[in-house]
Design a protein around this ligand. Structure first.
Ligand code: FMN
Length: 166
């Protein structure tokens, strides 16, 4: 059975079509934090997926042009902080609205056992170690082993959809 309301996108416009399609995929938002040279580095990401439970692992896709990318390699610790609905300002800051060196001034951050920043009042903090990076096109698929988890009480995540927060 076909849905007459769905319109095919011309083959030469497949990137435009893919962007339009992905705007219709609602995603939770996370902040990825890593240890930089002198200070922590971080960016906002929606490309978080739980990969396996055995071993406990997660993946995130990071553009190689993002400043955090230079600090990601196998064996490096990273924290993945799943945002709560009221933390859209944190998402915007780590999405590029705030200068890199000032981002951790937005939101309330403490430290995990790796001395990595973890975000208070988030939905969850995942403390991880990177297992591997798989290059693909403009991005790297970062696979990280989850070592410690902190979760909040209420399930009330920040959702990004159609270029905006719900
Ligand atoms: C809601 C949201 C989701 C994002 N998801 C990703 C993502 O999954 N992967 C990625 O590489 N960049 C993603 N970005 C873009 C980066 O957060 C943004 O380019 C960031 O500024 C890059 O860091 P830099 O300024 O330190 O280079 C996202 C941005 C926003 C606002």
């Amino acid at each position: 059975m076909t849905d007459a309301s769905l319109q095919p996108v011309p083959v030469d416009d497949v990137v435009v079509g893919l962007k339009g399609a992905m705007r219709r995929l609602a995603s939770g938002v996370a902040i990825i934090a890593a240890l930089g040279d002198d200070a922590p580095v971080g960016m906002a990401a929606t490309s978080i997926t739980s990969l396996t439970m055995d071993p406990p692992a997660i993946l995130v896709c990071v553009n190689r042009s993002a400043s955090i990318h230079a600090h990601l390699s196998a064996g490096c610790p990273i924290s993945i902080n799943l945002l709560s609905r009221h933390q859209r300002e944190v998402s915007a800051a780590f999405g590029g609205a705030v200068a890199r060196e000032l981002r951790f001034g937005v939101g309330s951050w403490s430290r995990d056992h790796h001395d990595l920043p973890i975000l208070e009042e988030a939905q969850a903090n995942l403390s991880c170690t990177i297992d591997s990076l798989i290059p693909y096109g403009t991005h790297s698929i970062v696979i990280a082993r989850v070592e410690a988890v902190r979760i909040g009480e209420a399930v009330d995540p920040l959702i990004f959809q159609d270029g905006a927060y719900l």
